[in-house]
Design a protein around this ligand. Sequence first.
Ligand SMILES: [Fe+2]
Length: 291
Amino acid sequence: MGLHHALVIETQKVPWESGLDYLRTLAPAFRDNLGPADQVEANFAKYRQKNLYLDRDSTRRLDLVQLEPGYSDLTHCCHDSVEEGFLLGGEVVLDGEGTLHEGDYFWRPPGWIHHARTQPGVELLLGFEGRSNESGPVSRHVCPAQLAGSHHLIPSMNEASLGTRGRVCKVSSPGLVWQPGAAHARSQGPLMGFDLEHLSVRVLSRNPLTGQQTVLFRLAPGYQQTSAGSHAVWWQMFVLSGGVQWGDEAMGPGVFVHQPAGTVEAAMASPHGALIYAKVNGWLDFTPSCA
Ligand SMILES: [Fe+2]
């Protein structure tokens, strides 16, 4: 077994962090551009989150976020970073982009002007890429409301404004086909030891040059990898429903895992099936470890 272990967070056992505490974790370039100072406190009282991942060097992060009914951003804005979200429930109106519900997903390249509000409340997985190879730091710039849906630097949509995965305003995942594991594997790396027969994939967004991807994995009951092993790139998963096992470690709904590149984990199994939201930092591959 590898010396490094994956980061595993059982989010249901982690208390909610209030928006006011969250403010303190933000980079100054984000925190100081949230809107009129006297309204920021009242507004962020309607915001709570559980941090799943935060890399202070790149400012890349992933959070489980709840916005209470009536939450509304104080200003329109754009970011130097990619922003990415997957709705677990409720509804959010993204001005200039669309209205999203449970199972809907977005990937917004840097620079696109938007504003979020929710009438009934919303719960989502919300990520910023930070200074990764596809975006700048997690910053926030206040923008005029009338520019919602446009790019703050580039007047017309062109390849530069689309970034690496395109401007994905809304993907309704229930409407996507489930790709059989073997079909998805044709575009990926070697997957010896994976149980492709019990795997299906919905691709939410992907970088066609690097293979970086955000996907839903559906494991059919009886999923069983044949060996412990590792991936060449880091990957993250959030269990939406069902459960998976790594050896005797069971992970049910709400469990988040960040597995660094190259770390060896026990063979994954799913006796009763599972639905997983996953981010993979490149082509998906798997190298069985020698027993
Ligand atoms: Fe945003």
